[in-house]
Design a binder for this molecule. Structure first.
Ligand code: HEC
Length: 149
């Protein structure tokens, strides 16, 4: 028992020493990754509806689209300078070398997610599908350039 406790204390000390040096970067990384995860889940629900795997009500469709739209705006707050220097991120250093261009990708995403909200409000599947494709294209365009896969 004593040995286990001692081991835990040593591990705890190492973890907190490591964490202390990295707190700001890791917090930003977790923030943006968490935001992307939420965004992807709600985007996936809309996809399931389009494919006929789920049957969402207009209110549910709109809520999911709103979450995607909101996350598309907030995730970019997590791209704080210097947060490419971590083993926990897939963000490429190029982001901070050409930040205006990267932010442009974010603006394009927001423009498409706004259309997704509008399409969700109509409840029309063809419109939803077109808007979904536009958003998906914006995701991919950025990932291809700025994310390590
Ligand atoms: C302007 C650029 C950009 C756009 C647009 C973008 N992403 Fe990303 N995404 C990134 C970057 C960069 C990362 C890597 C973040 C990291 O690891 O720190 C990422 C990571 C992710 C992750 C992984 C998160 C994790 O847990 O590691 C998911 C899921 C994701 N994006 C989904 C999406 C979806 C869905 C869209 C479109 C609706 C989208 N992204 C649009 C740049 C973008």
């Amino acid at each position: 028992m004593k040995k286990v406790l001692l081991g835990a204390a040593v591990v705890g000390a190492l973890v907190s020493a490591g964490a202390q040096a990295q707190v700001p970067a890791d917090r930003s990384i977790k923030y943006r990754q968490g935001g992307f995860q939420i965004m992807a889940i709600h985007f996936g629900r809309i996809n399931a509806h389009i494919k006929g795997e789920r049957n969402l009500t207009p209110a549910q469709l709109e809520m999911n689209a709103q979450v995607v739209d909101t996350m598309a705006k907030v995730v970019f707050e997590g791209f704080v300078e210097g947060t490419d220097q971590s083993a926990n991120t897939k963000a490429k250093p190029e982001i901070w070398k050409e930040f205006a261009k990267f932010k442009d990708g974010g603006a394009k995403l927001s423009a498409e997610t706004a259309k997704l909200v509008a399409a969700a409000k109509t409840g029309d599947k063809a419109q939803l599908q077109a808007a979904f494709g536009g958003v998906g294209g914006a995701c991919k365009a950025c990932h291809d350039v700025y994310r390590n896969n």
